[in-house]
Design a protein around this ligand. Structure first.
Ligand code: ZN
Length: 48
């Protein structure tokens, strides 16, 4: 199992992607940093 790490652009804290990304029902993905509470919506994924 690969652990994909994502670095917060605000505080540069690294987290497992599964712990900071939330998939919405409309297929949007929201990134939320648990450290500084930075939130980024509509993150583009490599899918499709
Ligand atoms: Zn952060």
């Amino acid at each position: 199992m690969n652990k994909i790490m994502v670095r917060c652009p605000s505080c540069l804290d690294e987290r497992n992607i599964e712990s900071v990304l939330t998939a919405q029902s409309n297929q949007n993905v929201i990134y939320e940093c648990p450290n500084c509470r930075y939130v980024a919506k509509n993150i583009q994924t490599s899918k499709g």
